[in-house]
Design a protein around this ligand. Structure first.
Ligand code: SF4
Length: 644
């Protein structure tokens, strides 16, 4: 569905089956549409920028956990292609209404929302929703439309005010990274409400159901048999099981506090464990799932005096650790932040960054008139100003990279946790890990949790444990990955940073990345697939699901080729916008021990493996092989590709 908010037009266009064969759905076709229609010089806040809500190819079918909406646009923060996804229930609902994508262009002169009810689609006035919370808006619209089953994706005040890290909230999920909410707000679009009651047809139902049942059986098996030897949040399936577990020793002692600078190695005591368990149990009303998923890795959180919201994953701790506070504070401020609609990873870092600048004297009392004396009070104070773009909040609302540039006076050194202008997980580690180095540098998603997975994060101590791990590791595309893991040692010659070797590191990264690109095209949750060790979805069963579900002839080689095409097209959009090798680096202090020569070799080998030149630009030959000669032609005309 094509919506032009400048003209107020609504147009239905058939999905092109040829494009589906070439790119599947979700991220793949989103990237193609962005490439075709948004010129590289477009400003993210131009009416010509598109905001695409794309369902995955298999959303709405009985495939367990296949519920992702891929949102794509140009990011105001990174100025590159942003793609963030949300789980919940929105994508299946859109499919039941009869649509694969909603493509928004233009800007509405007044605040509006979209109401999609099967064939009936309306652009409606949303002036009464101005300033309303993102969760509140979902409730208001469901009541107003008298459709309790409508699924609503909405922005809060942050999106309306174009905060660069504004999210789009929906049900138990959100699309948070890279400022999609800011683009939605810039377009004057407060929400999209959807209700669909049509059928989604699959090509070969009996075969498809059989495959889905196998996935379900394996989910049950994995739930009953967590992977031994890995931290509890990764041992089970789902987005990290933060809402189910009480033991936070690993995060609180290994991740960094404040503005990602302080490690508290002995933080987790018995007293803290008891206190945090009591807090968690008192506010977690119930564990909840996204559409058609039995995992329940999110939770409804109700703190007395605060609005009820849904939470999952590491946002449970981001505010807590940024403010050196406790879990109770984390749940309270996350309630307000969810209503405002902001990214739970970037926002706490931006506020901790501001307070560090204040302590360093770079920002002064004049910048914080009336700010409370206690840290928690300061976090609330800053959050309120950021989402309203008031005073210093207006500068901070652009994220740490742009804020540091605007503030100057050495503030740049405090925005030390960014890649490609985007805040990363607050991690500072010791020895360079070659696999993670590559993923951090080259990932286009700007979010390590949405690039990693499949291969363990660290070697297992004993050969016995490694052998036990690889024994039932049928998800590997090839047995060589088992050998890579068996050979990986904690110390000595076969340990980081020189093992995995350069070539092996590239091979492992390629596998992990491939699986994420597959999920993002199909709408599969990474928590059941690419993010996890030994997941129910893998390269061997996914082609069968595509074939039986969508009736597209598919095998592993063909799927690999499509994934490569999608990954290269995303890269091409970013190359067109100026991305080059020089941008592909981790935060300087991410690892204490760095190896510049090795790092250059890793990047060289990765680019070569991908068929890109030493600057990270896909070559003419690679583009031709992937059916992307039109990209090569464009790059040649612009002088980006010279002599092939
Ligand atoms: S694993 Fe968790 S995030 Fe993924 S679909 Fe299931 S409930 Fe949602």
């Amino acid at each position: 569905m094509e919506i032009d908010l400048s003209r107020g037009s609504i147009e239905r266009v058939e999905t092109d089956p040829k494009l589906t064969e070439l790119h599947l759905g979700g991220l793949g076709t989103n990237a193609k549409i962005l490439w075709d229609r948004v010129p590289p010089e477009t400003d993210p806040f131009s009416p010509d920028n598109l905001l695409i809500f794309g369902t995955g190819l298999l959303c709405g079918t009985p495939a367990p956990g296949c519920n992702r909406t891929m949102l794509s646009t140009l990011s105001p923060q990174t100025r590159l292609m942003a793609f963030s996804m949300m789980g919940g229930f929105w994508a299946p609902e859109l499919k039941y209404a009869g649509y694969d994508k909603v493509i928004i262009r233009g800007k509405s002169p007044k605040l509006v929302y979209l109401w999609i009810h099967n064939d009936k689609v309306e652009i409606r006035d949303a002036s009464h929703l101005r300033g309303k919370g993102a969760v509140e808006t979902q409730d208001i619209l469901r009541r107003e439309l008298k459709e309790p089953k409508a699924q609503v994706a909405a922005i809060g005040l942050a999106g309306e005010n174009r905060v660069y890290f504004a999210s789009i909230e929906q049900g138990r999920s959100s699309a948070s990274r890279q400022g999609l909410g800011a683009v939605m707000g810039d377009k004057g679009l407060k929400a999209i409400a959807v209700r669909g009651t049509k059928d989604v047809n699959v090509a070969r139902p009996a075969e498809f159901m059989e495959l889905c049942n196998e996935v379900m059986k394996y989910i049950q098996f994995r739930e009953a048999n967590p992977v031994p030897g890995v931290i509890p949040i990764l041992g089970r399936l789902g987005s990290p099981q933060e809402m189910a577990i009480h033991d936070e020793k690993w995060h609180t002692e290994n991740f960094m506090w404040g503005n990602a600078r302080t490690r508290r190695k002995d933080f987790w005591t018995d007293d803290i464990h008891k206190a945090w368990t009591a807090t968690m149990d008192s506010v977690r009303t119930r564990l909840i799932s996204c559409y058609n998923c039995p995992i329940k890795c999110g939770a409804t959180i109700s703190v007395p005096g605060h609005s009820t919201y849904m939470m999952k994953c590491f946002s449970k701790l981001t505010y807590v650790m940024a403010a050196f506070s406790d879990l109770d504070f984390g749940f309270k401020i996350a309630s307000r932040a969810t209503e405002y609609g902001v990214d739970g990873y970037s926002t706490p870092q931006v506020m901790a960054f501001a307070l560090e600048l204040y302590e360093a004297g770079i920002l002064t009392d004049d910048d914080f008139p009336g700010m409370p004396a206690d840290t928690e009070g300061r976090f609330y104070w800053l959050l309120d100003r950021i989402v309203r773009r008031e005073g210093i909040g207006d500068i901070l609302a652009n994220g740490t990279h742009w804020a540091a540039l605007a503030i100057g006076k050495g503030a740049e050194a405090y925005a030390h946790n960014n890649i490609k202008k985007h805040e990363q997980l607050p991690l500072k580690l010791s020895m360079l890990n070659p696999i993670y180095f590559l993923m951090y540098c080259t990932g286009e998603k700007m979010n390590i949790t949405q690039i990693e997975g499949q291969f363990p994060q660290a070697p297992f101590p004993t050969m016995e444990e490694r052998e036990a791990f690889v024994k039932d590791w049928f998800q590997v595309p090839d047995d060589r990955y088992k050998q890579y893991f068996l050979d990986w040692e904690i110390r000595g010659e076969r340990s980081n940073p020189y093992y995995p070797t350069v070539d092996i590191s590239v091979d492992i990264v390629d596998w992990q990345e491939k699986m994420h690109y597959i999920d993002d095209a199909l709408g599969l949750c990474a928590g059941l697939s690419s993010f996890h060790l030994k997941p129910p979805y893998h390269i061997h069963n996914i082609p069968k699901l595509i074939a039986a579900g969508a009736g597209i002839d598919m095998d592993e080689a063909k799927l690999t080729q499509i994934t490569k095409r999608n990954r290269t097209l995303v890269r091409a959009v970013n190359i067109g916008r100026g991305l080059r090798r020089a941008d592909e680096k981790p935060p300087e202090d991410h690892w204490k021990k760095r190896f510049p020569e090795l790092e250059e070799k890793l990047l060289d080998a990765y680019y070569k493996f991908k068929g890109w030149d030493p600057d990270g630009i896909p070559t003419k030959e690679t583009l031709a092989e992937l059916g992307l000669s039109y990209v090569a032609k464009d790059f040649e005309a612009k002088g980006i590709i010279k002599n092939g």
